[in-house]
Design a protein around this ligand. Sequence first.
Ligand SMILES: C[S@@+](CC[C@H](N)C(=O)[O-])C[C@H]1O[C@@H](n2cnc3c(N)ncnc32)[C@H](O)[C@@H]1O
Length: 657
Amino acid sequence: MGRKQRLKQGDPATLDEFKKSQKGSAKKRKARDLGDSNDAQPPKKSKPQNGRAETVKSKGAKGKGKAKEVDIDEDSDEQWGGIAIDDTQYLDAITKFDFEEDDQGDPDPDADAIMDDENDDFLSGGPVHQLEFSDDSDAGLDDGDDFLKGASDEDGSDVESDDSDGPITAKNMERKSRALDRKAAREAEMDIEEAQAATGPQDEEEGGGIAFFDLPTAEDLEQEKEAGGLPPDELQKRIQDNAKVLKDFKTLAATGRSRSEHVEQLLQDIASYYGYNEFLTEKLFNLFSVSEAIEFFEANEVPRPVTIRANTLRTRRRDLAQALINRGVTLEPVGKWSNVGLQVFESTVPIGATPEYLAGHYMLQAASSFLPVIALAPESNERILDMASAPGGKATYISALMRNTGIVFANDSNKARTKSLTANVHRMGCKNVVVCNYDGREFPKVIGGFDRVLLDSPCSGTGVISKDPSVKLSKSEKDFQLLGDLQRQLILCAIDSINPESKTGGYVTYSTCSVTVDENEAVVDYALRKRPNVELVDTGIGFGVDGFTNYREKKFSKDMHLTKRFYPHVHNMDGFFVAKFKVNKPTRKKDVQKSAEVEAEEENAVVEPGPLTGFDAEEDQAIIDKWERQHVLKTKGIKIRPKANAAPKGSPAVTAH
Ligand SMILES: C[S@@+](CC[C@H](N)C(=O)[O-])C[C@H]1O[C@@H](n2cnc3c(N)ncnc32)[C@H](O)[C@@H]1O
């Protein structure tokens, strides 16, 4: 097995897959990850991970050459999406040696052995055969006859002869009768075995070993507590069994215990097994079906793949790939959906300290972080605000997509964080970026009239728990309320900072690295209701799960399906949410109908959002023109004497790059 293939992180195992692997009934599975999926559809379902992924044998591992060996789905040439054919050939050339050397002639014998063992276990299990012979009554009888062939009755006589069609006489009647009794008893025994065999393997497929699952009693739980809790493997088993019961509650529920009791126990077990507080456990659990929720919690225990973004201001992705391969880095494109992302599988050098890194040829950046910028789709010469931008992963990507033209205001309210933002802006060679340090809610008073605004909002981080497990215990209901207030205020300010008459844009992208509805759909819905001049539009990302149009008792805009959710257990990326708005000319005030709910939310809001008319485009243009003139003079070495009170009140403390 090649290094790259060994390390390519598949999506986490589903509950069923996990169960199968536990029971030794796993079928051979195809290792793939986001990069292997087709353009618009990253893998929908969880794939093997951790130890399991290492044992999986891919299609690609069988053949020679890059197309088969590199890409598990055999379409790797297209992975470099958007590049010309000769680029692909070039990439073949630069990657072939590495991949061939690793993978050629090594069809992953370990994986075969393990998976075959598992299959063998499954197939050699007695119950399957027993099930077969008992399924058909005739066959059953035959088999029964075979089975009986070797048997003798107590006195050593041959049962078969007793059961023959020979005439019944007074002499042989009793013996024949006893033989028939024994045969009947034997058949009854076989019936029982047959029934057990039938429940055994079927359950393995659909949630096995749970026929006798019952919830622990209060007494059991007390004893467990005294013993310091269940051992992890038993706790995990109870989670799985309980989840299976909940999946088919009518059939599998033990009598006398309600569904809510099962759910309550499951939540408690998840909280203690994965180490979450109860509040967050329930909040996250409620987002999914039972089995998907467990996949999600499981995925949060696994690190996401390491990815980097090629900085097209300084290099091309293929050149970067070549340079890093030469340094002993094993990598491949993240997927067809990105033409700048590379997934790093293995490196003999620290990936955050290579000469290429220091020279700004790439950014260490999670794949999910590309998505809001893809949705924003900045164009050259535009004027863009990144409202909460530190440490600059997205701002520098925006700058690169604009090819260093136009202007990007990279703002962050946290002054300390603007240092790393500034450092990244310099390292990446972004010359069109202005770093500023305001509370985002001060926009558009500070400056507005933007073609596009990215609000990569401060959030709870429930999408990045694998990176920051402290979230599991640190988030409370209050945090979500406060965050929601801030997010609602920021999103209105983002919308109000747009120039609705922009010739090229007029778009706001809202994103979070959280999966909760409070921070995502609820915020977007609030913005839609508060600003009737905005509408949701397609993110243009091409994959992701649709946002909720309703969630529990809440009903959201019917367009909410245009927003996209990304999950660790589905997309093998950090959990993320992306929404894109088109900002139209403001509707006249008298046309704006505020719902009672919005009014109530406004009353509860901590700070009133900035007014719709807080920005004067003409005044702003005059200031920009003036600064540009001064910049030209400066570059010509002409000193400009500062005038007293020259800067208008409230003008940003900016650093230009
Ligand atoms: C998710 S992070 C942004 C990550 C950034 N977009 C990137 O790609 O590197 C959220 C940022 O919001 C900033 N922030 C928090 N409250 C803010 C506010 N009221 N106004 C502006 N920025 C804020 C935080 O300091 C943090 O850097």
